[in-house]
Design a protein. Structure first.
Length: 315
């Protein structure tokens, strides 16, 4: 089945949704919801929701919300044996405002304390890596954590998949990106990575023409760039394959977590042994399912990978 270890953060997501058109200059009547979030935590739950064995290595917190996070992950089937426990400040907070279309209108993040996680990984990373079939790393935690995990994945011969947070480590340590088996980001992040603002306005065919040479020149073996409603473009240097994955139509409820879901579906399929050209379609399907619900996670669907024709077919 392929056991995956996800190393990342847990957040409290406080989401405001207006009842009418969002006015950035005025007061907006609507709903405010508090949900479980965090890039790493989202990915771990997504893996469990589609029936993939997964462990989450992120700081747990002994607070009311922290205990609720632990309960939910365990109920979904996420293994928490390697997750360190903090007394406080182990969970971050993300304040987000969505517009009337469910799209992000603005946000502010408060990062959790990472010292405990860094110390924990420095001691336990060899045990964690040895027991994994693949490792997912939220690459922008801090430079030391990234170095420890990347080095362990290399020494133990385990596939490493990186998901972007705030680009702080990615931009300062591009050498670490080269050591991932597949790097997945959106077009905004790709523009920063390649230092090319033109990337922001690329159509999918233009991205397809650009990505193989840009990723190859940067030493990135495999890469996927998501482009919202334009779909996603992938490049697999080892297979010498690239292409476009169109988006799947769905009624948009909330776009929060769509990128994490795309990453989760794609990487979970790669861990199963799928080619990247097929894996991105699983990612697109999972992202589509996620933006159709109010939470930041995909719905529970243990048969997700058993319905190949549905997943890989058209609309």
């Amino acid at each position: 089945m392929g056991h995956t270890v996800v190393i990342g953060t847990t957040f409290v997501d406080v989401k405001g949704v207006p009842k009418g058109a969002y006015d950035p200059q005025g007061r907006n009547v609507g709903d405010v919801k508090i949900v479980h979030g965090g890039v790493g935590r989202n990915v771990a739950e997504n893996f469990a929701n589609v029936g993939k064995p997964v462990s989450f290595v992120g700081t747990m917190e002994d607070s009311a919300f922290g205990r609720d996070v632990r309960r939910r992950l365990l109920e979904r089937g996420v293994n928490l044996d390697y997750a360190p426990q903090a007394s406080d400040n182990g969970i971050g907070m993300w304040l987000v405002i969505l517009d009337e279309n469910g799209d992000l209108a603005g946000s502010i993040s408060k990062m959790p304390e990472l010292d405990l996680l860094e110390e924990h990984l420095s001691r336990e990373i060899d045990t964690i890596a040895a027991g994994a079939d693949a490792i997912v790393l939220e690459l922008d935690l801090n430079e030391r954590i990234a170095e420890v995990v990347v080095d362990a994945a290399k020494r133990h011969g385990k596939p490493l998949y990186a998901i972007v947070g705030n680009m702080s480590v990615v931009l300062s340590r591009k050498d670490l990106v080269k050591q991932t088996d597949c790097f997945i980001c959106n077009n905004i992040e790709a523009s920063k990575l390649f230092e090319d603002k033109a990337v922001l306005d690329f159509s999918a065919p233009e991205m397809l023409e650009f990505l193989p040479s840009a990723a190859g020149a940067a030493g990135i073996a495999s890469m996927v760039v998501t482009m919202g409603e334009k779909g996603a473009v992938y490049y697999d240097g080892q297979a010498n394959d690239s292409g476009i994955c169109p988006p799947y139509s769905t009624e948009v409820v909330d776009t929060t977590g769509a990128g994490d879901a795309f990453f989760s579906g794609t990487v979970a399929a790669l861990v199963r042994g799928c080619a990247l050209s097929d894996a991105v379609r699983y990612g697109a399907r999972l992202a589509s399912a996620t933006i159709g619900v109010e939470e930041a996670n995909c719905p529970v669907d243990k048969d997700f990978f058993n319905r190949r024709q549905t997943m890989l077919g058209g609309d």
